[in-house]
Design a protein around this ligand. Structure first.
Ligand SMILES: [Zn+2]
Ligand SMILES: [Zn+2]
Ligand SMILES: [Zn+2]
Length: 152
C-alpha cells in the first residue's frame, strides 16, 4: 500500500488529512517493520514539537480500524503496529519476521480443513480465527545462512 492508497482510504472514511496523519503514514511506509506507539512518537516529535503521545495512540488505533495499519502481537504484550501491503478488503493473515520486524500479508490459509474437526470435538460453531505466523523473512533467512557459512 502506497501513500496515495492510504490517503484515498482516509478520504473514504472521512478522516481529515492532517500533516500529522500524513507524517505517521509516511513513517510507516519508509520503515518497513513494526513499531510501538512510543517509537512512532519519538520519531515524529522531531518535526512536531507539541505532539502528544495520546494523539499517536488515537491515530494508530484509527488507522488500524480503517485498515491502513495492522496490530502485531508479541509475547511482551506491548502494542505494535505495522503497514501491510494487503488491504482490509482481502482476508489474510500476517507473517512477522522475528529478526527485522517486517510484516508480510499471507493470503494462503487452510484453516477450513481443520475447522470441522474442532467443531466436532468441542461441539462448537467457529465464526472466525486469528493467526500470526512468525519466523525469519527471506532476507533474514539468507543473511543467517551466510553468517553460518562465514563462521565455518
Ligand atoms: Zn495485512
Ligand atoms: Zn526479516
Ligand atoms: Zn485463515
Amino acid at each position: 500500500m502506497g501513500i496515495n492508497r492510504c490517503i484515498e482510504i482516509l478520504k473514504k472514511t472521512n478522516l481529515k488529512i492532517t500533516p500529522k496523519r500524513r507524517a505517521i503514514i509516511r513513517f510507516f511506509l519508509e520503515n518497513v517493520r513494526y513499531f510501538t506507539p512510543e517509537e512512532v512518537w519519538a520519531a515524529l516529535k522531531i518535526d512536531f514539537k507539541h505532539l502528544g503521545l495520546p494523539t499517536i495512540y488515537r491515530n494508530l488505533k484509527e488507522f488500524e480500524n480503517i485498515g491502513i495499519l495492522v496490530r502485531v502481537s508479541r509475547s511482551d504484550q506491548q502494542l505494535y503496529y505495522a503497514t501491510c501491503r494487503l488491504g482490509k478488503r482481502i482476508k489474510h493473515h500476517h507473517f512477522v519476521c522475528q529478526k527485522c520486524g517486517r510484516v508480510i500479508g499471507v493470503e494462503f490459509c487452510n484453516f477450513k480443513s481443520i475447522a470441522g474437526d474442532i467443531e466436532k470435538k468441542l461441539n462448537c460453531k467457529i465464526t472466525s480465527h486469528f493467526m500470526q505466523i512468525e519466523g525469519l523473512c527471506s532476507e533474514c533467512k539468507q543473511r543467517e545462512k551466510m553468517r553460518k557459512e562465514f563462521k565455518k
